[in-house]
Structures are given as C-alpha cells and as structure tokens.
Design a protein around this ligand. Structure first.
Ligand code: C2E
Ligand code: CA
Ligand code: CA
Length: 707
C-alpha cells in the first residue's frame, strides 16, 4: 500500500514495497530521498520523532534549510563525495528551535529508476555524544589525577613494554624533567632490596612478576637514580584483564616511604647512640657484647672489655664549664675510636665513662696492648677553649674465659661489664691513670665491698649509728674549746665498727650523705645538750663533710635545717672539709659554703698539707681554720721535715688570720713543740680518744689540771 500521506512519489504496491514501507516506518533513523536539487521528495515518519516535524511539513523543502548554517559547508563537501565517505556530522533544526546532532550518510541513487534521487540516512547521535563526552571527561580526570598524585603509577602492555608512567613515578626514578624513552630506562637507576644493599634485578620487581603471572606480594625496594635522591618505595604490581578475562598487561603502584624510613632510622640511631659523642650507648654496646661473646664461644676465642673512666673530669667540667666538658668528651671519643681496631666498638655509658669492646682477642696481652694504646692516645693535651687540658684515664679490663661452644647466658654481658667496672675502680683506688685487669683479687674485693655496703645500709636502717666526740683543747690554756664528731656504728654481732672499715664504700655507694646528715643533726643536738652544763664555755662542734655531701645541690638547706631543728647557734658549728675536697669543689658547693659562713657557720680545711692544693683553692672558700694533718704531727718532735711543715702551716694560717688546729697529738713532747710553734689548739689521744657524748659532759664539768 502506498502511503500518500508520507510520500510524494511512492513505489508501486507490491509485497516487497509494503515490507519496505513498514521498515521505514519503524526506523528510528530518518531515511529521506532528495531530488538532484536537494529538495526533499521522500522522508519517513522518523523525522517527526527526531525533529518534531511531520513529513508532510517538509516535503518539497530544500534540505539545507534544515542544516545548521555552520555545517552547510561540511554538507556540501560530503555531497561531493557521497558514496565514498563515511557519515558526516550535521546539526539539524528541530521544530522547537534546538539543534539536534546527527550523523548523516548518503548514497546517490540518481541513476536508480526506482529511487530517482539521493538517499540519505540520518541518525540522532545525541545520546552517543553524551556518552562520548562523559568518557572524555572521565579520561581527563584520570589523567589529572595520575599526574597530580603523590604515588607513582606505571602501566605495561602484555608484551612487558611500558605504556604509561605518571609524573611521580618519573620523579622517583630521577627522570622528572628529562625525556627518557622506555628503552633507556634501565640505565637510569639501580634497584636494591629494602636493606638498601642487596641488588634487586628489574625482573624481580612486583610489576615484572605480575607480567609473568606470578604471585605478587607488595614489597619495599630502594631506588638509587642516576639523577636524584635515593628513595625507598613501597611497591605493588597487579595484572590487568579486560572484560572478557583476557590478560592485557600490568600496573605498578609505588608509594614513597623514604621519610618514614629515615625517621625510623633516626629514632633507631637515637635509641642506640649517645647524643653527645654519637658513640653506641649501653644498650647497643651490650647487644654487640652479647654477639661478640656468642661468636667467641663458638670459635673458642676471647672477648676483652675495657672500662674507662677519665680521671678528674669533674674538675674540667666544673672549672671550665660544661660546654668545654662536652667538647672534651667528644674529643676523647674521637681519640678512643682512632686507638682501636676497625671491628672493635667504643661506647659511652654516660658521664666520663667509656667502654671499649675488643673481639676477638687472643688473650689478655692483646687487651692490655689496646689499653696502652689508648693511654698513649690520651697523653697529648687536648686543646680546649684556647688552653691545653690534660686528662688521664683509669682503665679496668675484663676478659671472657676461653671455652667451647656451650652458648652465652643472657646475664654474661652485664656481668663482664660489671667486672670491667670493678677493675676500673681498683685502678682508681690504686692511684688513677693506670690499668687493672679483673682477677680473683678484684672479685673478692668486689664481694667484700658489697658485703660492707649491705651491712652499713642495715646499720643505718636499724639505728645502729653512733656519734663519738673527741675534745679539742686550747694549746695555751688547756681548756676544751670544742669537739669533733666522728661516726661509728655498733653491730650487734661484730661490735664497734670504725669509719676506716666502711667510709670508702659509703662514699662509692652514696650512703655517705645519709651518714653525714645523720651525724650533723646528732652533733647539733648533743652540742645543745652540753649547753645545759652551764660551763660558761660554749663548745664548737666540728662535723666532717664528705665530697658527696658537699656537692649536694641542697647542701646549704640540709645544714640550715639541722641548725633550725636543734636551735644551735650557727657560730657553734664547724664544717670540716678536706683539702682535696676543697680543690675539687663545684661552684655550687663553694657558694653554699659562703652562704653558710654568712649565717655564722665555720668552715675549716681538714687534713691540711696532704693535698696538693695551692692557696688559690683555699681562698675560694670562707675558711676560718686549718687542721694540720695527723701524719705531720706524728713526726714531731724529731722529724725535721714534719716539723718544718707544721711550722709552715701554722705561720701560713696565722698570716691569713686563721686558727690552726693540730690533730693526732699523742705525746706531751708533741704538745710542747706545738706550743712552741704557736699552734692554737689540738686534739688527740693524749687528752682523749673519741668518746660518748655523756663522757664529754663529764669532762666539761670536771676541773682540768692545767696543761
Ligand atoms: P679525721 O677527720 O682526720 O678525723 C680524725 C681521725 O683521727 C679520727 O679517726 C680520730 O679517731 C683519729 N684520731 C684522733 N686522735 C688521734 C691520735 O692521737 N692518734 C691517732 N692515731 N688517731 C687519732 P676516725 O674516727 O677513725 O675517723 C677517720 C676519718 O673518717 C676521719 O678523719 C674523717 O675523715 C672520717 N670521718 C669520721 N667520721 C666521719 C663522718 O661523720 N663523716 C665523714 N664524712 N667522715 C667522717
Ligand atoms: Ca676531721
Ligand atoms: Ca683530719
């Protein structure tokens, strides 16, 4: 049937033409026939749906009337080649004024008598363009993201050839600004395992494994580019398959963890090294020691541990300032390091304590050789703050015993360190600037010290401490002018224990400050008690002050508190500080004594003449008396040297306006000579041994036969 409505000229009504007519009606594409003048002579129903124009409204119109003016030229071009060209994109006018994007294909069938015109097919491409536009912008986003992202990404084809690499990845491999083709890639960098040392073949990277279809655990690798900094990359690889499951290549993603690793390494280093010198600290040292000991045990070799403590470092540190002290420690660290072999470890435990680990060594002779090398290395003066500073070291050596492979127990490194420390102590005891090897004798002395320390601690806890007092008398009048408090403790089993037995240990362990504080308070209390005897002679009470006590930050407060608690008049208290302590005293200690002196407390130099002090050291203190050391009094009256020294001390003291006291006076002859030399006062067994407070009380009331 012919559709007179839709067609100007219709094919005749055969079955096939009816079928054709039905198809044309169904079609979503516009099918039109133009005459040679490009007028529309046939158009199907689709034109109504696509352009809002029923066929009869445009039949006979010129086709170009419907084409966007800007597209007319393309249309003409297309017409000229109709038949050999693919579809041309044209915008067509919709009845409502919109322009509909279409794709127009044509075929000139002018010669075909059935058609007698140009057949064109017009497809609405609105939807397709929308999809294309979406895809296009998605791709643009992706490209931007890939370019901007901090992580590196690279994609490879199934042949393993690089297809895409983003900016970050180029930067990681040191090719950010340079145009390097994939062929030259391998020459641009080197790859290492996470340890940064073991080379990593390109073929072992995650992406190459992904390309080979192997399992791909993500991993850390280190890239050292030819141009650019070393990087640690967390790298993963992943095969890619298309929608049909066909393998199309692989991608690699790289996350830069360089700063994390560096921070970790820094933290690790800080945890294991001494910040001042950069040397291994105790933790790392013990770890190395443990390893060295295990190895030595297996190879039945020996490990030597040198424990080194600088002598008189405190004087430098306090005298020249901590900055100079720090410099000295750093310089010592450098010299120590240069004195040992490559495999040996120099560590710092803190303060002025260093440790040298030598392994393996053949025997103790090797260790002694190292210690001697160190001593020689330290012998030259250190140039600090424009002056030459000399230091020496006391060195203790401990050796492992050579033995078969029976392992090393975990406590062994600590024990070896303790032994070396003990040997160092011995070196100090024996006069510093020397080395001692830990042996049976040292072991015994360590055990002994430990025992003494424990007993003393117990005595303090149990209240076994006692203060004895030795009277100090005026040489001229023979009157008691003071007492010196001397500490003891009563052990229920062992009886009276004298300072000689425990004082050194008390100093080392720090217990001494508890002793000193205890006796300070006790002496002040007892002195107050004697006041009640109304002898008319207020006694001065002398209290010995240890180096530790003197260097306490709260030394002033401790003394002031004792005076306050007991109500003793400050002028009655005399602090006895040994000459050597005066030499080594810190600025804080010196200022504390000045403040105490300002309160009225007396300060005296004890054991005078034994230290190698000069007057400069004495003059830093507000000293008001000198106590001539017992060893010089001992020689009186026969030893000419001792007599000369005592005489010199007396005249020096008097020249400085100080009182001079002689201690350890045992004979009348000594006293006579002291009187002749003009000594002010004395104490000693001649008059009385140190005795109980009660006895002192009796002495005070008892009239004294004139001296
Ligand atoms: P030091 O301060 O020189 O005390 C004098 C020492 O000489 C005392 O020994 C005393 O008993 C002893 N002595 C007194 N007269 C004679 C004598 O005529 N002949 C002989 N051979 N010795 C005499 P001690 O009590 O054994 O004290 C020894 C050292 O212990 C003291 O020497 C002092 O440095 C220290 N010390 C004693 N008590 C304390 C204390 O409470 N604190 C501190 N830090 N040190 C103390
Ligand atoms: Ca004394
Ligand atoms: Ca003394």
């Amino acid at each position: 049937m012919v559709s007179a409505r839709s067609c100007g000229s219709t094919p005749d009504g055969t079955a096939s033409s009816q079928r054709l007519e039905a198809l044309l009606r169904q079609s979503t594409d516009i099918v039109a026939v133009l005459d040679p003048d490009l007028r529309i002579i046939y158009v199907n129903q689709a034109v109504d749906r696509m352009l809002g124009r029923p066929p009869e409204t445009i039949l006979g119109r010129h086709a170009f009337e419907l084409i966007h003016p800007d597209d007319v030229v393309s249309a003409i071009d297309a017409l000229a080649q109709v038949g050999d060209r693919p579809a041309v994109a044209l915008r067509l006018a919709h009845a409502d004024g919109r322009w509909i994007p279409t794709e127009v294909a044509g075929d000139t069938s002018l010669s075909d008598p059935d058609v007698g015109g140009i057949v064109i097919n017009i497809r609405d491409v609105t939807d397709r363009l929308r999809v294309e536009e979406t895809l296009h912008s998605e791709r643009r986003f992706l490209r931007t993201i890939l370019h901007e992202m901090e992580d590196g990404v690279a994609a490879y084809g199934p042949d393993g050839r690089l297809r895409m690499i983003n900016r970050a990845a180029r930067e990681f491999f040191g090719m950010a600004d340079r145009d390097v083709g994939p062929a030259d890639w391998a020459t641009e960098y080197e790859l290492y395992e996470a340890d940064g040392v073991t080379p990593l073949a390109d073929a072992d990277t995650p992406v190459q494994r992904a390309l080979r279809g192997e399992p791909v655990p993500a991993r850390e690798m280190v890239v050292v580019p030819r141009h650019g900094p070393r990087r640690v990359l967390w790298t993963s690889g992943r095969p890619i398959f298309d929608a049909d499951g066909v393998f199309v290549g692989a991608v690699s993603a790289m996350h830069d963890v360089t700063t994390n690793r560096e921070a970790e390494a820094r933290l690790q280093h800080q945890a294991l090294h001494d910040p001042l010198t950069g040397l291994p600290n105790r933790v790392l040292l013990l770890d190395r020691l443990c390893q060295a000991m295990s190895r030595a045990a297996m190879e039945s070799g020996q490990v030597a541990l040198l424990f080194l403590d600088l002598d008189r470092f405190k004087i430098v540190n306090d005298g020249l300032g901590h900055r100079v002290g720090d410099r000295l420690l750093q310089d010592v660290a450098v010299r120590l390091t240069s004195a040992v072999r490559d495999g040996d470890t120099v560590g710092r435990l803190g303060g002025d304590e260093f440790v040298v680990l030598c392994a393996p060594v053949a025997g103790v002779a090797d260790a002694v050789a190292v210690a001697e090398r160190i001593e020689a290395e330290l012998a030259a003066p250190f140039r600090l703050d424009h002056r030459d500073v000399r230091v020496s070291a006391s060195i203790g050596i401990a050796m492992t015993t050579p033995r078969r492979a029976d392992g090393v127990d975990l406590a062994a490194p600590e024990a070896l360190l303790r032994d070396a420390d003990a040997a160092m102590y011995r070196a100090k005891d024996l006069g510093r600037a020397r080395l001692e090897v830990f042996d049976e004798a040292t072991r015994r002395s360590v055990l002994h010290r430990l025992e003494v320390e424990q007993r003393l601690a117990r005595a303090i806890e149990q209240g076994w401490l006692r203060a004895l007092y030795q009277p100090v008398l005026d040489v001229k009048t023979g009157q008691i002018v003071g007492v010196e408090a001397l500490i003891r403790y009563i052990d229920p089993q062992r009886g009276l224990v004298v300072p000689e037995e425990f004082l050194a240990v008390a100093e080392d362990s720090g217990l001494i400050t508890r002793l000193d504080s205890w006796i300070l308070n006790q002496a002040c209390r007892d002195a107050r008690r004697w006041d009640g005897q109304n002898t008319g002679r207020p006694l001065q009470v002398g209290v010995n002050v240890s180096a530790r006590q003197l260097s306490r930050a709260d030394f002033y407060d401790v003394v002031a508190a004792a005076l306050k608690a007991t109500g003793l008049e400050p002028g009655r208290l005399a602090l006895e500080i040994t000459e050597s302590e005066l030499v080594e005293a810190t600025p804080t200690a010196i200022s504390a004594t000045h403040r105490l002196r300002a309160l009225g407390v007396h300060v005296g130099a004890d054991d005078f003449g034994t230290g190698y002090s000069s007057l400069i050291h004495i003059k830093r203190f507000p000293v008001s008396f000198l106590k001539v050391d017992r060893s010089f009094v001992d020689g009186l009256p026969f030893d000419q040297d001792d007599a000369a020294i005592v005489e010199a001390v007396i005249s020096l003291g008097h020249a400085l306006g100080l009182t001079v006291v002689a201690e350890g006076v045992e004979t009348e002859a000594q006293l006579t000579q002291l009187r002749a030399l003009g000594c002010d006062s004395y104490q000693g067994f001649l008059y009385s041994r140190p005795t109980e407070a009660d006895k002192i009380e009796e002495m005070l009331v008892r009239p004294r036969a004139s001296a």
